[in-house]
Design a protein around this ligand. Sequence first.
Ligand SMILES: [Fe+2]
Length: 281
Amino acid sequence: MLASESLGVRSMAVEVEACGTKILIDPGAALGPKRYGLPPDEIEIARLAELRELIRKRLRTAEIVFITHYHFDHYSPDWAGDLQGKLLFIKDPVRNINRNQARRAGEFIERLIRAGVRWEVAEGRRIELLGGEIVVSGPLWHGPEARFGCVVSVAVREGGTTFLHSSDVSGPVLEEAVDFILTQRPDILFVDGPSTYLGPRFGLKALEVARANLLRILREVSPRNLILDHHLLRDLYWRRWAEPLFEAAEGRGVQVVSGAEFSGKPETLLEAERKRRKLRK
Ligand SMILES: [Fe+2]
């Protein structure tokens, strides 16, 4: 786990090594521009710089790179040149995309062309590794609403062990994202939990559906590790919301953890704590 909300920034950047191949998923990190009406403070800005440097360093040695969609917490346009010589798979820049991301994808591709970087569309791909494989989902909606366009999920398999990265599926709240997870049967699932911090703005019903879907995954797949992070970890009280998951995990040998916990690093929800830090000053 390179960066995520539980490590203090908006991101789902992950490095996976499978079958001797270094794979990097979502090389990007950003800060919430406004939270509680407050801009990021110097603590968050410093953490962002530190983690972006780490991601960029790992990007240099990665052989295969995935960009699951065109939000700045998942890719970095200014690092286009660093992608040279790598096998690069990007979310389809033209189909199943909203206007804003299509514009960004177009600009990114111009940068890739200028840097002489080749890329391939990620959707639905199966990439063979020596003793394993990478399976990419089809287009999956970014949360409960169509207006944010689509993302792709990436499953990396080495022998009988599967790691699945499912960015920005907000729960997962929709059936297609759940289906991909149920089909791939991950041992380690890194999934974007829903935006509980938005409450009714996300949709109270959608939050219920997301939790029911996670419970279903937990019961039907029983992954060794269920890593919840990203949107859900913008909420200081996420563990309270996830209580039924912790209960269901008990006795099934499932560990429900944040990205920081999984990586053995201290959990620092810097965005969610922004107001507290401000009040302490
Ligand atoms: Fe995101």
